[in-house]
Design a protein around this ligand. Sequence first.
Ligand code: NAG
Ligand code: NAG
Ligand code: NAG
Ligand code: NAG
Ligand code: NAG
Length: 466
Amino acid sequence: MVSLSPFSSLLLFLFLFLHSIYPPTTTVAAAARPNHDYFLKLPLLHKPPFSTPLQALSFDARRLSLLHHSHRRRRHPSLRSPLVSGASSGSGQYFVSLRLGSPPQTLLLVTDTGSDLIWVKCTACRNCSHHSPGSTFLARHSSTFSPAHCFNRLCRFVPHPDPTRCNLTRLHSPCRYEYQYSDGSLTSGFFSRETTTLNTSALGETKLKNLAFGCGFRVSGPSVTGRSFNGAQGVMGLGRGPISFSSQLGRRFGYNKFSYCLRDYTLAPPPTSYLMIGGDSQTRNVSRTGAMCYTPLIANPLSPTFYYIGIRSVSVDGVKLPIDPSVWSIDEEGNGGMVVDSGTTLTFVPESAYGEILKAFQSRVKLPGAEDPTPGFDLCVNVSGVGRPDFPRMSFELLGRRAVFGPPPGNYFIETSEGVACLAIQPVGEGGGFGVMGNLMQQGFLLEFDRDRSRLGFSRRGCARP
Ligand SMILES: *[C@@H]1O[C@H](CO)[C@@H](O)[C@H](O)[C@H]1NC(C)=O
Ligand SMILES: *[C@@H]1O[C@H](CO)[C@@H](O)[C@H](O)[C@H]1NC(C)=O
Ligand SMILES: *[C@@H]1O[C@H](CO)[C@@H](O)[C@H](O)[C@H]1NC(C)=O
Ligand SMILES: *[C@@H]1O[C@H](CO)[C@@H](O)[C@H](O)[C@H]1NC(C)=O
Ligand SMILES: *[C@@H]1O[C@H](CO)[C@@H](O)[C@H](O)[C@H]1NC(C)=O
């Protein structure tokens, strides 16, 4: 046996790890040249809503406190929880399936533009006969599973519980990560690399090596287990940070962008939505005909994960509301602003803007109030027996040229119970965080997150065709 001096073992590590990924990149079998028709198309599955408004309420509330937590942790050691006071219903999330490992294991992940980390539930069992297929990632059953070393630069991108414990000279000193949510929910394990099998447009089945992800050996708490997780095995972060799925894969598919179209899942049968990574076949025709509007994606250095958009004004029935534009901006401390988030259901706006929006709807809505309003919602109307309720029209004037986002009323009035529709917008305490444009508000729009050009394209056209 050859004994290594500390020095030579250090060299060994330099050899082993310095050629490793920084920033994390994946290697694909064939080189990707910018090509309109080279993309990854993943069907987005929608899970049915929570069975009671209370469950949905706690889901969005937890979700927001989680986002605000990760946002504020950077600077403020003490977290001030946001004021989230609403119930929601008709809540739901969008999922994709990912094939991970060799041979591939298929897992269901929540898609999330509001976080970066890709993680899945993992087990280290050898004899895994008690795990049903797809219920967890069986790391030992994959020949390509590779935990990152804690010295690997990749490890700097994830929060780790005890960085001082990294032992450079020990071969098996994995990069531990710990991702804690503000409600106490937690995923922790080994930050790792794995081969993923993708069905790409140009090459068909393609293996991508070295996808960086969190292999979660410990997963606990209500946000990431049980009902609110809806049977998922993990999260696919699509945020702007370097370890997200879109950051790791975007450029591999020619264009560093992704797009999706969230279809109205209350329709029967539910239509299929797609998440497209790279290429631009989903958006090209729409943008060619001039039907695509663009608004800049604003960067917040204190919160590099999020896709912020800028709001100039809000109108209801064409009347601009008296909202001070500064309520929408990001302050020097990195607070405020409006984030586009596929993982939150409702839309949350600063309190003073909320007051004006509520007032405008209260004075314009013609329908009678509901006798039994849904708790947590400030404006509920009785729509029983009304075929097509006539709701006031709301629109957001965004930064950019002619960038008016005018969602259909179904995106902001939701039926919370039989015959009762409520305004699905909630206030978020000022100074307590930032606003969120949730997935309900995004329904029926083709959204293109163009990361290289730092802009968000949106269109009401282009959602009809897959
Ligand atoms: C695996 O576990 C099952 C039941 O728990 C048992 O019947 C089987 O013999 C085990 N296989 C091995 C190789 O240990
Ligand atoms: C690092 O690992 C080596 C080899 O296993 C061991 O000899 C050494 O004591 C460890 N150092 C620390 C600080 O744990
Ligand atoms: C791969 O994609 C093609 C066309 O995009 C589709 O026909 C085929 O069913 C897909 N295969 C799998 C395994 O999803
Ligand atoms: C885009 O338009 C071209 C013709 O202009 C057509 O051949 C093609 O099928 C369209 N693609 C999509 C995805 O609609
Ligand atoms: C809605 O109005 C109808 C009468 O038009 C009434 O019978 C019903 O109780 C009302 N429902 C609610 C929830 O207010």
